[in-house]
Ligand binder design. Structure first.
Ligand code: NDP
Ligand code: 2IT
Length: 445
């Protein structure tokens, strides 16, 4: 395989799709060796077939705001690959959403879902709609209009969307209500549903919990644990919240959270009611973390900055893509950080990852360490199909087991001769082999 040649061609076909190209390059570079050892992949042209989505659906979403103005947003669903199960992946509502971002997320989702051990293909969707400052009624009307188009393309055995940035329990409720009305049935077409109407317990916490379970396994390879460790978390959304809860429960001291306006440093630790306050902040739709510094004495707000300048042992980036660059990585390393475990999708830039590897840090890519969210979505689908419901402990135990399993897969394919584990390589190879071998079994379709 000639990665540069493939990437040059892809760049020509999709100029300017930087996030998508970044994600594809990372995977190709990791799997190059394994790919070359398996000539059957080349004869079946697996690479060209796996790097392009099966289909890209785009549509307009007209809706009426509270003042009676007619607004139009763009809606998307990328059905990337369904070799191992129905397309599965979240919906993102954020003004930055574009084709490149959704294609990168959909591409990552293929391998992440393969790692979960559950039968789920990869997909992603969303809109450039900005939920910030919108009323409940506006969000509902937008979601209903979005689903009016999307419902034609999804189904419990076809494509099962869920949440992501800007899409939480409230949005899933509005989307599901509209789907139910249009389709006339009550099937598990979305995950992240409310627990009264088919949602799985632990799904809200799952991504953050899973990320911390994964970090716990990584630390254990060096005889370490969360106990007494200082932890920097970025973001203050769903993933950051779950990660803060579990890291604290395991004895870690979470000292930062962040938003687009800056970060909060709380040397006493963000625990107990402070974590619950994160939910209030998020629900306010204000998009800022600054009010935390008024609510809790001793905490500081650092405007326009990112939390990676704080001296910590463990960093959990849980906000968004490319939010931790080479300079941030150098600062974390200088300050003695030992472990970086991604809760978000692709938060570390390639330069940052290179530095983490060079300096021997424990580093986990999101497709392995944040897979707990989609894994628990998979468990929600299972419960929906069986028409029953597991208790919290049962779901949490399965989530924990899945995260340990993903960790083992990374060790299997990522351990170097000197003992260092390249989790990026491990995750990419394990995910790729499962999908590529499944594609081989099914012929050229
Ligand atoms: P939320 O909407 O709950 O929170 C997202 C957080 O990231 C907010 O703090 C948000 O602030 C911030 N953020 C979003 N976009 C930007 C941006 N362009 N610049 C700076 N900050 C930004 O989303 P989640 O917690 O669900 O998602 C966080 C990350 O985790 C994403 O990368 C997502 O893809 C990933 N993820 C989510 C899963 C899930 O189950 N929810 C599963 C696996 C991964 P604001 O919105 O105010 O800009
Ligand atoms: O990035 C992700 O894995 C998610 N946003 C969760 C997707 C899902 O289907 O639960």
């Amino acid at each position: 395989m000639n990665v540069d040649k493939i990437m040059n061609n892809l760049e020509k076909k999709h100029p300017g799709e930087v996030e998508y190209l970044q994600a594809v390059r990372e995977v190709l570079e990791s799997i190059e060796e394994v790919y070359n050892e398996n000539p059957q992949f080349e004869s079946a042209n697996i690479i060209d077939r796996i790097i392009e989505p099966d289909r890209v659906i785009t549509f307009k979403v007209p809706w009426v705001d509270d003042e009676g103005n007619v607004r139009v947003n763009l809606g998307y669903r990328i059905q990337f690959n369904n070799a191992i199960g129905p397309y599965k992946g979240g919906l993102r509502f954020h003004p930055s959403v574009n084709l490149s971002i959704l294609k990168f997320l959909g591409f990552e989702q293929i391998f992440k879902n393969a790692l979960t051990t559950l039968p789920m293909g990869g997909g992603k969707g969303g809109s450039d709609f900005d939920p910030k400052g919108k009323s409940n009624a506006e969000v509902m009307r937008f979601c209903q209009s979005f689903m009016l188009e999307l419902w034609k393309y999804i189904g419990p055995e076809t494509d099962v969307p869920a949440g992501d940035i800007g899409v939480g329990g409230r949005e899933i409720g509005f989307l599901y209500g509209m789907y139910k009305r249009l389709a006339g049935d009550h099937t598990g077409v979305l995950t992240g549903k409310g627990s009264n109407w088919g949602g799985s317990l632990i799904r809200p916490e799952a991504t953050g919990f899973g990320c911390v379970y994964f970090a716990k396994e990584m630390l254990a390879t060096r005889g370490l644990s969360f106990e007494g460790k200082r932890v920097a978390i970025s973001g203050f959304g769903n993933v950051a919240w779950g990660a803060a809860l579990k890291a604290t429960e395991l004895g870690g001291i979470v000292v930062t959270i962040s938003g687009p306006d800056g970060y909060i440093y709380d040397p006493d630790g963000i625990s107990g009611k402070k974590i619950e306050y994160m939910l209030e902040l998020r629900a306010s739709n204000e998009d800022i973390v600054k009010p935390y510094s008024y609510a809790f004495e001793g905490s500081e707000f650092h405007g326009g900055k990112r939390p990676w300048e704080v001296k910590v042992d463990i960093a959990l980036p849980c906000a968004t893509q490319n939010e931790l660059n080479g300079d941030d990585a150098a600062t974390l390393i200088k300050n003695g950080c030992i472990c970086v475990c991604e809760g978000a999708n692709m938060p570390s830039t390639p330069e940052a990852i290179e530095l983490f590897h060079k300096h021997g840090l424990l580093f986990a890519p999101g497709k392995a360490s944040n897979a707990g969210g989609v894994a628990t979505s998979g468990l929600e689908m299972t419960q929906n199909s069986m028409k029953l419901r597991w208790n919290r402990q049962e779901v949490d135990d399965r989530l924990h087991e899945i995260m340990c399993n993903i960790h083992c897969q990374c060790l299997k394919y990522g351990k170097r001769e000197d003992g260092y584990v390249d989790y990026v390589k491990g995750a990419n190879i394990a995910g790729f082999l499962k999908v590529a071998n499944s594609m081989m079994d099914m012929g050229v379709i």
